[in-house]
Design a binder for this molecule. Sequence first.
Ligand code: MLT
Length: 393
Amino acid sequence: MKINRNFDHLVENYLFADIASKTAAYIEANPDKKVIRLGIGDVTLPLPPVVVDALKKGADELGVKETFRGYPSYEGYAFVRRAIADYYGSFGVAVDADEIFISDGAKSDAGNIGDIFGTDNTVLVTDPVYPVYVDSNVMAGRRIVYAGAEEENGFCALPDDSVHADIIYLCSPNNPTGSAYSADELKQWVDYANRNDAVIIYDAAYEAFITDDSPRSIFAVPGARSCAIEIASLSKTAGFTGTRCGYTVIPRELSRDGHNINKLWYRRQATKFNGVSYPVQCAAAAVFSDEGLAQIRENLAYYKENARIISEAMDTLGIYYTGGKNSPYIWLRCPFGMGSWEFFDYLLTNAQVVGTPGEGFGACGKGYFRLTSFGDRDNTIEAVDRIKNLLKR
Ligand code: MLT
């Protein structure tokens, strides 16, 4: 037998698994040190009360014959899809419930969506990039081209007509740089995709962090319905990193190569996915209730304040950074001209703070570093104090 030799072309470890094992090794060697993790973007606040109530109620219903439910529908229960469609409506974007597919998270959908596209397509990602877009396409054997997101373009790479791409991954607000595309910039990508028969896979996992007039959805941009798929998540919006729930929006009219993309995705999901558990879908619907939205707003404000605290420290230290405004991530230039991994080791060894080396997100991330604002407040303040003491000159 043969394995999928495309795996030979992957970097050895998944970025966040690599960081977790390096951190674990440090903790084992230094059991007396308190390590603060601002690396992976994992939330620390508990689920909002209205969400927990819905989760419990859903579980209780499964314990009663009259309300017991077996397999959920492949695309998700109508009550959650309607709640999400209404949520889109609340920021002025029209999406129908039957264009929404409920999933166990944005990472799964971002990794799996490639199943419906040919492996001879060329994939474009912006660099630095969330590793899932690259690794899942390397696994499939697709050619990948990179569009540099750098200081010069405000970390918002724009299309180049001399570069051909069939599948384009965009993430806005961006992981890892925290930059958010304006409507005009997104329109350029939408026009490029429509001109070139390409499909944009738009990752909106961080839309809830937008504070200015940047679009919350690619479907706010005219022309997007004929070229885009949007993937979103409750992980960062509502604290679902452990609960697992996300959604993907595929407009009914989106078609390529003579096939309807919405139908193809349904076909894929029905084959390989049995849906999200009923209690989790009840919890997801509760997020979008008035009470749920008010409660998640409080949690988002907490993380935004953490972002402000980290940003303020960077200002004090005179370190260049972006993000932290429309995003939970602060993307900073490593001080003293250090490399990303060098700074990772330096910070872990001397301040016991874990961040994410920019280089792990791609070549354009070299010399940069990402800190997350998803930490607990006291730990964030302590980490920032340690960083300030270490780096002040
Ligand atoms: C990150 O830290 O980039 C994210 O938490 C990773 C993810 O969402 O999978």
